[in-house]
Every structure is written in structure tokens, then in C-alpha cells.
Design a protein around this ligand. Structure first.
Ligand code: UD1
Length: 425
């Protein structure tokens, strides 16, 4: 799929079962190399980043098999390489997380500089600095990094910024060995808690406190087979919440967890969107859900600043900008995480949007958008353009739509199931 076509869609109605979370499953898949045993991952989303991670696992000797539609088995017993240098690694930022996992399992790792979406420079200095404090020698060249564990050293690491990837890498690098590692100012994203739960189920010893995470290294023989279920994707759920808010309608997002979407839900509520997630008073579901209802044209004035969890997620910023640009709004977005996240504004401007970008601030005056040919420049901008296209008059064509499949299992299926009009061309 390289291009999709969207017609203006109104009154979305029905249910979507929200897929498993991309940012949870990718580090969990990296972590499957640690136990040298079998891991079964349920609710594994069939997104292209997962397929690329499977290719990396296969490249280093792991066996993988889909055992049903969304359950993946990884057997890392015959791991035979500690180098993550294939092309697939360069395509994804998350491939850097293999470094920590391989240092635990093999005491060494070689990793190309990771790629991923073109949302900013994305350095790895926090990862490298932490590894060095842990007794891991890191040699960086223009091709990537080589890590060699020469010491199993107790240490207390304070991150200069709560980086998600660095927190995951340190946890993974500390799981096997004779050391105790404390991480202060760690990332509080739900995906960190999930990675720890997966590793604890495997036999790792991790203590998560408000101030720090403490990892007590264990002998590899303590790590066993593990079966784990990935939670629903909060960014996918948030994207669909924004789509319904912009198109109007009444949609239930099954599996979505409102507790992970507070910042987005608060913005929608201030615009009069009804959000219900209370199983006692809402539709009777025995699992988590969010019901989102909007009857009026979306209208709001406000400001949002992206930041580490639980602040407004940088991954939701493009979908939010698209929602604001096409409705009756005056809104300011301040992006504090990635310097190129506003690239999508050029595409929205082609659709008639009024957006002024000044450094890390975008000033948006919402108006009716008009369909035209636009380009997805990264995963979340692609999702944002889908939201813009659903609200725009006429036909919107999104080129380079493959980006969207990095994180959304089947956005066409999901949106069409609730009455949207979106097709592959
Ligand atoms: C993860 C998510 C991504 C999300 C981001 C922030 C995955 C696979 N990806 O990315 O979707 O947008 O968290 O919530 O989970 N930084 C440094 N040096 C470093 C590491 C990071 O300066 O060594 C900076 C980054 O440039 C960025 C900020 O810290 O400005 C946050 O990055 P980080 O939390 O590491 O994001 P990722 O783990 O790459």
C-alpha cells in the first residue's frame, strides 16, 4: 500500500477492537533474546515494525512462529549472533533496544545506528552514558556502537532526561549478571511497566518505585519460558478518539484504557466530547473500553505542551494538530520532544489549513480543510493526515501511506468498520 484515498466522513458509529501496542511489543520482542528459551506473545499487532523485528530475530538465530492470528512464539535458544547490523535494524529506532538485551545474554553487542521516523535527530548519548556507568565498554564509530561488558558493577544511574529507550536498554542490560542497578529519573511510560512485567514473569528481579527502578541481576539459568499478553495501543486508541471527535459519531473502543489517555481525553472533554469508560454506568463490557460521543462540530480554544508521560504524548501531537486544523479552533501546540514533528503542517497547509510554525510552537486557527494530494512523512503524520482527510471536503490522497502500517495494523479496516470512507488506491 503506497497511497490511500479518503472521502469526507460523518457520524462514525460502531466498535473497534484496539490492537496491541507497538511501543510495548517492540521492546518485549527484543527482550525475548534474554532467556534463551521460549516466549509466547499474545495480542501481538501485525504491523510492519513487528515484521521487521521478527526479521532481526531470525537473522541472529531465533526461531519465530505465528501460532494464531495475533500470538507469536519466539525461541531464542539457538541465538548465534550478537550483531544487529542488518538493513531492518537501520529502519527502526527500536532496534537499539536489542543492545541491552544482547549485552545481558552474550556480554557483547554490536548495533548499527538506529533509523525510524524522520521526526528528529534522535541521539543515543543517554544509552551510551548509562552503559559506561554499568561497566560496559562502548566503542562508537560512524557505523554504530560496539558494547562489551567487562565488569558487573553495582551502580546508581540518574538519567539527564527520562528517555524511554534508554530506560528499556538499561533494564535489559541489567537483567542477567551479578550486579544491582538503580535507575533514577526513569521514563514513566506504561510501556516501561509492561517490559518489567514481562521480564519479571520470565524470572527477572525488578523493583519499581516512584523514585527509581532497581534491577537485581540473576543467573541466566533462573530465566524461564514466558507467556505474555500485550496491552492495547494507547496511541492507536487516541487516534481513533480524535477521528470520532472530528467526524462526530458514537464509537466504542474496546480494550482502550482511559487511564493512559488522560491528557488527550481532557482536551476532547473541554470541547464537549462525551467520554465514558465506566463499566458500571456505560455499556456492560467485562473489559476496558472507551466510548466516545460527539454530536456537534468540534470547537475549542487552548494549548498543549508535549512531554514525558503522563504529559501529552508527542506521538499524539500530529493527530491533534490535524483535528485542530480542520475544526472550529484556536490552538497552540508546543513540541518539546522531537524537532521535526511539525513537518506535517506543510501538508495540512496544502489542504487549506492556517498554521504558523515558530521554532517548537505551532499556532493553529482551525477552518474547513479541502482534500488534495498530500504526503505522509512519518508514522504519526500519516495518522494525522487520515484524520484531516476524514474531515476535509472532497477527496484526500495520502502518498507514502506505508509509514502508517509501521504502527497501525489496519487503519482502513478499523475506520471503514465505523462508517468512514477510506480505500487503498
Ligand atoms: C519512544 C517511542 C516513541 C515516542 C518516544 C517519546 C518506542 C519504540 N518509541 O521513542 O514512539 O515518541 O518514546 O515518548 O517506544 N534523547 C536524547 N538522547 C538519548 C535518548 C533520547 O537526547 O540518548 C532525546 C530524544 O532526542 C528525544 C527525547 O530524548 O528528544 C525522548 O526520546 P526517547 O524517550 O528516548 O524516545 P524513544 O525511546 O526513541
Amino acid at each position: 500500500m503506497s497511497a490511500i484515498s479518503i472521502e469526507k466522513s460523518e457520524n462514525l458509529e460502531g466498535r473497534i477492537i484496539v490492537q496491541g501496542a507497538k511501543n510495548e511489543v517492540l521492546p518485549v520482542l527484543c527482550a525475548t533474546v534474554v532467556n534463551g528459551n521460549i516466549s509466547i506473545i499474545h495480542n501481538c499487532p501485525r504491523i510492519s515494525d513487528v515484521y521487521n523485528t521478527i526479521r532481526i530475530l531470525n537473522n541472529i538465530g531465533c526461531k519465530t512462529e505465528w501460532i494464531d492470528n495475533n500470538s507469536l512464539m519466539v525461541n531464542s535458544k539457538n541465538l548465534n549472533d550478537y550483531r544487529i547490523t542488518c538493513n531492518f535494524a537501520r529502519m527502526m529506532r527500536s532496534s537499539i533496544i536489542f543492545t541491552g538485551a544482547l549485552v545481558s545474554r552474550c556480554k557483547k553487542a554490536v548495533c548499527s545506528y538506529p533509523g525510524g521516523c524522520v521526526i528528529g535527530e534522535r541521539p543515543i548519548d543517554i544509552h551510551i552514558d548509562a552503559f559506561r556507568q554499568m561497566g560496559i565498554k562502548v566503542i562508537s564509530s560512524n557505523k554504530g556502537i560496539e558494547c562489551i561488558r567487562y565488569q558487573e558493577k553495582d551502580c546508581r544511574i540518574k538519567l539527564r532526561f527520562p528517555s524511554v529507550g534508554a530506560t528499556e536498554n538499561i533494564i535489559l542490560a541489567s537483567i542477567i549478571g551479578n550486579q544491582t542497578v538503580y535507575i533514577y529519573n526513569y521514563a514513566k511510560e506504561p510501556e516501561i511497566i509492561s517490559l518489567c512485567s514481562f521480564l519479571i514473569k520470565m524470572g527477572g528481579i525488578i523493583d519499581i518505585r516512584k523514585e527509581y527502578i532497581k534491577i537485581t541481576g540473576v543467573n541466566k539459568s533462573c530465566l524461564k519460558n514466558v507467556e505474555y499478553c500485550i496491552e492495547s495501543d494507547r496511541i492507536v486508541a487516541g487516534t481513533y478518539m480524535f477521528a470520532v471527535a472530528g467526524c462526530k459519531g458514537d464509537v466504542v473502543l474496546e480494550g482502550a484504557d482511559i487511564n493512559k489517555l488522560r491528557a488527550s481525553a481532557d482536551i476532547l472533554k473541554s470541547a464537549g466530547v462525551l467520554i465514558n469508560s465506566d463499566t458500571n454506568r456505560g455499556i456492560a463490557f467485562d473489559k476496558k473500553y472507551i466510548r466516545i460521543k460527539m454530536k456537534e462540530r468540534f470547537s475549542v480554544k487552548g494549548k498543549v505542551i508535549t512531554g514525558p508521560y503522563p504529559y501529552f504524548s508527542t506521538d499524539m501531537q500530529s493527530p491533534l494538530m490535524a483535528l485542530m486544523a480542520g475544526n472550529n479552533t484556536e490552538f497552540i501546540c508546543i513540541e518539546n520532544m522531537f524537532e521535526n514533528r511539525f513537518k506535517m503542517s506543510d501538508e495540512l497547509i496544502k489542504m487549506g489549513a492556517d498554521i504558523i510554525v515558530k521554532e517548537n510552537m505551532a499556532i493553529i486557527k482551525g477552518k474547513q480543510l479541502h482534500g488534495c494530494v498530500v504526503n505522509a512523512t512519518d508514522l504519526r503524520s500519516g495518522a494525522g493526515l487520515v484524520i484531516a482527510g476524514l474531515g476535509a471536503e472532497g477527496r484526500t490522497v495520502i502518498q507514502h501511506a506505508d509509514y502508517i502500517y509501521r504502527g497501525y495494523e489496519d487503519i482502513l479496516r478499523d475506520i471503514n468498520n465505523i462508517g468512514g470512507n477510506i480505500h487503498i488506491i
